[in-house]
Design a protein around this ligand. Structure first.
Ligand code: PEP
Ligand code: MG
Length: 323
């Protein structure tokens, strides 16, 4: 696939009506790093740090993490790399952590909830990131933030860790960008102040969709009932775009749908201008973006909604067939 899309690899994704969309890649393992070069990704929009923890049989040491994160930043060579702090729990259980035996793990003690309740692990990870950056710019993102206070508490943890590292004589990052994933519907309705304070937001569409439709992302039977291009879901995303625009909060989308060309062009049409996806999706998504007019797509989406269509997909497909 990479060969097939070689001709667009070094082109920016600019639509027919001149709108630029930044395409980044999702990663998590060292094996993903060469794709930064080969895919033409403009950076890593989501580095799932838990994957390094999941492939081991014991908790990695801080010094090991420093080495790993350094390699990631070196491979990034100045491109943006968004490190998501540990997103464990739910479907991602560490073999060396005591199982929690929860009736609904997806709604349970996971991600930032674990991070805030057990700040030792989060602190260790933040220290490793700061040391790996060694003065370079650093971007950190917290997963599964459901309310403003969780972001504030996580942010305070970052400040505490910076102070600790400074005292220990480590170089602090030249720029530190701290953001959150928006993957619970509640965060879309957070106070305006949250949108002003957060460094950036990235929509985790996999979880956001699961919680919006109350449909388990792991359960094929129910998952497939609900289209990402469902008008109600798109309305939620548009609302997030509007709120971010009103506070100049950088917004991206890093769920699997970002890597599906039809979904990707619709997300761009409703105002998402940064998409992060698996590396192999960058070519196909870019090829379609180069051919569409976002203004036309926006009108098609608005008309479909006006008619009361359940999903905008059929109308969008008609448009794409005529291209
Ligand atoms: C998401 O929920 O969309 C996301 C990107 O995170 P993960 O798939 O790792 O839960
Ligand atoms: Mg998620």
């Amino acid at each position: 696939a990479q060969e097939r899309y070689g001709s667009v690899r070094d082109l920016p994704a600019v639509t027919k009506d001149g709108k630029r969309v930044d395409l980044l890649m999702n990663a998590g393992l060292m094996a993903d790093l060469p794709s930064l070069e080969s895919s033409g990704a403009e950076g890593v929009g989501l580095f799932r740090t838990e994957l390094q923890f999941l492939v081991r049989n014991k908790m990695p040491k801080r010094s090991e993490l420093v080495v790993l994160y350094k390699r990631v930043l070196d491979a990034g060579n100045g491109k943006r790399v968004v490190f998501r702090t540990l997103d464990i729990g739910s479907d991602k259980v560490l073999p060396y952590m005591k199982p929690t035996d929860e009736p609904n793990p997806a709604l349970g003690w996971r991600a930032i909830r674990v991070g805030l309740d057990k700040p030792g692990i989060m602190r260790m990870q933040l220290q490793a990131l700061i040391r790996a950056a060694d003065g370079r710019p650093l971007t950190v993102m917290f997963p599964f933030v459901a309310q403003f206070e969780e972001y504030r508490a996580a942010r305070a943890e970052v400040e505490k860790t910076l102070e600790l590292e400074r005292k220990l004589g480590h170089a602090l990052p030249e720029v530190l960008d701290v953001g959150a994933m928006l993957e619970t519907p509640s965060l879309a309705f957070a106070p305006q102040k949250f949108f002003e304070e957060v460094g950036f937001l990235s929509i985790g569409g996999n979880d956001l969709k699961q919680f919006f439709f109350a449909a388990d992302r792991e359960n094929e039977r129910v998952r497939k009932r609900y289209d990402t291009l469902n008008v109600s879901f798109l309305s939620l995303i548009e609302r997030i775009v509007e709120r971010c625009n009103s506070t100049n909060t950088p917004l991206s989308f890093c769920g699997e749908d970002a890597g599906r060309p039809i979904e990707a062009v619709c997300l761009a049409a409703i105002g998402i201008r940064t998409l992060s996806m698996r590396p192999a999706s960058i070519g196909p998504v870019k090829s379609l973006l180069l051919r569409v007019d976002l203004g036309a797509l926006r009108k098609i989406i608005a008309d479909a909604r006006h008619r009361g269509d359940q999903s905008v997909r059929p109308a969008v497909m008609d448009y794409l067939r005529d291209l």
